[in-house]
Design a protein around this ligand. Structure first.
Ligand code: OFO
Length: 168
């Protein structure tokens, strides 16, 4: 594998683990505010991102490249509201989508076809993730974040299933 790709993949593994770390911190924020369904949703998100990172990590090793495990930074701990929180998830996923797209362009430039195939899965996954979180943001905007409405949405988000190996 080309050095440029190895470096970029290690940075993407870091970004996926950083995403996991951010969502785990968000899960704590929800739990501390008595929103167990949202805390669960974030916990599932944490699990999914950990699987994304591991998928790229395994791919890197299968290609005989070297895994670096770059450092993570402390995630943000304060949010104004549940809307603000999910808005941040949306922005973060848009950022990840841009990163994946750039990585895919690099894989094309370097003519690395196996990496292109792996990244095609991530490209589809990002479409799904962005749509999912956009829906939650829209619903929160619609119902607001007070009393019964947030309670119902929180209960619904508690239903999110754990990611399976094919989903993550
Ligand atoms: Fe939420 O995204 Fe990973 O890739």
């Amino acid at each position: 594998m080309q050095q440029r790709l190895e470096t970029a993949l290690n940075e993407q593994i870091q970004a996926e683990f950083q995403s996991a770390y951010i969502y785990l911190a968000m899960s704590a924020w929800c739990a501390e505010r008595n929103l167990p369904g949202m805390a669960h949703w974030m916990r599932m998100q944490w699990q999914e991102e950990t699987m994304h990172a591991t998928k790229l990590f395994d791919f890197l090793l299968s290609r005989g490249a070297s895994a670096q495990l770059l450092p993570l930074t402390e995630p943000r701990r304060t949010y104004e509201s549940a809307i603000d929180l999910f808005e941040q998830v949306r922005h973060h996923e848009q950022y990840i989508t841009n990163r994946i797209n750039d990585l895919y362009d690099l894989a094309i430039e370097e003519r690395d076809r196996p990496l292109q195939i792996v990244l095609q899965w991530f490209i589809s996954e990002q479409v799904e993730e962005e749509a999912q979180v956009a829906e939650i943001v829209e619903r929160l905007r619609l119902v607001g974040t007070d009393g019964p409405s947030i309670y119902l949405l929180d209960r619904e988000l508690a239903q999110r299933a754990a990611p399976t190996a094919t989903e993550a």
